[in-house]
Design a protein around this ligand. Structure first.
Ligand SMILES: NC(=O)c1ccc[n+]([C@@H]2O[C@H](COP(=O)([O-])OP(=O)(O)OC[C@H]3O[C@@H](n4cnc5c(N)ncnc54)[C@H](OP(=O)(O)O)[C@@H]3O)[C@@H](O)[C@H]2O)c1
Length: 332
């Protein structure tokens, strides 16, 4: 049945991807409302050959809306998602506002689609690095429970939104021309640099992105015992996050077995050509639905055969945000 859909934050990096995906996937739309801040009100946007106009988000935006795809930041979702639900809409929320709320399902369709059924109006889309890790890790965990994960991320500027993408371009140009450049969207210059993920660092030294990776994975996997430690780093990549993942299983896991499992896993594409040194790269993960998985190899530091290494790249605006949310909407 066709839905009356609203996109909140349509002018942003994730919002623009929603527009693209609704067209590409031929989502059954009865109507489409584009919402953003007063700064964007009146801005024209093309959708499926039609010109639509961005409207300012307010308390009356959700009358007659069935489905809200929301990506305008946590405080906006906290305020407006309950209003949309009271109007009868279901909200698929891309922000961190409701992810750890025990009443709100947190869903990666390849992992826990069944959790959608328990929603009371809001379904949370997980953190982008978490989704990208969960898609290839879950099918392995299902056949051989994972005891511990050590993950290091190489995160694109676009993870911090449209302004950070522009800042990477402007900062690169300034660096090449020898001009001074003061970053605003990110805390440090992104060009020719790498730094601790731009989320708050807690007293224990972990940044918030790292915390999200273990908290959210445990909720999605329904496994509070899963041990995960993460190091999340911003790198000068425009789009698509990469992750080096070290896994310790309960039982030995051969490289061959892992490859067979991953070859069948939904949402995964193996890119692992040792002869030509051709492995997952963010440029090749960009605009793709699948998570690219490669460098699959036994961890030599774990002689019991329980350790596995892999390197993955995934488009975090697409599968790490908008696509995951649209897949949830399709399941609804
Ligand atoms: N980028 C990613 O890879 C990614 C991945 C997963 C989740 N997320 C989450 O998705 C959300 C959006 O991220 P993004 O990267 O798309 O950010 P972005 O590019 O900065 O876009 C932010 C959007 O929010 C809108 N907005 C800001 N203040 C608003 C207000 N007061 N009322 C209505 N709309 C308002 C902006 O509209 P204006 O243009 O009018 O200001 C814009 O459309 C964030 O919560 C982020 O954590 C992002």
């Amino acid at each position: 049945m066709s839905k009356h859909v609203a996109i909140v934050g349509v002018t942003g990096a994730v919002g623009q991807e929603f527009l693209k995906l609704l067209q590409q996937r031929d989502f059954p739309l009865a109507s489409l409302k584009l919402l953003a801040s007063s700064r964007s009100a009146g801005k024209p946007m093309q959708f499926a050959g039609e010109q639509l106009t961005v409207e300012e988000l307010d308390e009356n935006s959700f009358k007659g809306v069935d489905l809200v795809l929301s990506s305008a930041g946590g405080s906006i979702s906290e305020k407006y998602a309950p209003i949309a639900v009271a109007e009868g809409a279901v909200v698929v929320d891309n922000t961190s506002a409701f992810r750890m709320d025990p009443e709100v399902p947190l869903v990666v369709p390849e992992v826990n689609p069944g959790d959608i059924g328990s929603h009371e109006g809001i379904i949370a889309n997980p953190n982008c690095s978490t989704i990208i890790m969960n898609v290839p890790v879950w099918p392995l965990h299902k056949v051989n429970p994972i005891r511990r994960i050590v993950v290091s991320t190489y995160q694109a500027a676009s993870g911090a939104g449209a302004a950070a993408m522009q800042e990477l371009i402007d900062g690169s140009r300034a660096a090449l021309e020898g001009r001074d450049f003061t970053p605003k969207a990110l805390p440090h210059p992104a060009a020719f640099n790498a730094f601790c993920h731009d989320s708050e660092v807690g007293e224990d030294g972990y940044n918030l992105e790292e915390r999200k990776m273990w908290r959210e994975t445990r909720k999605i996997f329904h496994d509070d015992d899963l041990r995960i430690t993460a190091t999340c780093v911003r790198v000068p990549v425009m789009r698509a996050h990469s992750e080096a993942i070290n896994i310790e299983f309960s039982e030995p896991m051969s490289e061959r077995r892992a490859r067979d499992i991953l070859a069948e896993a939904p949402g995964v594409r193996i890119v692992d050509d040792r002869e030509n040194s051709y492995f997952p790269m963010p440029l090749e993960a960009t605009d793709r639905d699948e998570i690219l998985v490669g460098r699959i190899r036994q961890d030599v530091s774990q002689p019991d055969g329980c350790g596995l290494e892999m390197f993955i790249s995934g488009d975090q605006i697409r599968k790490g945000a908008a696509l995951n949310a649209v897949q949830i909407a399709e399941l609804l």
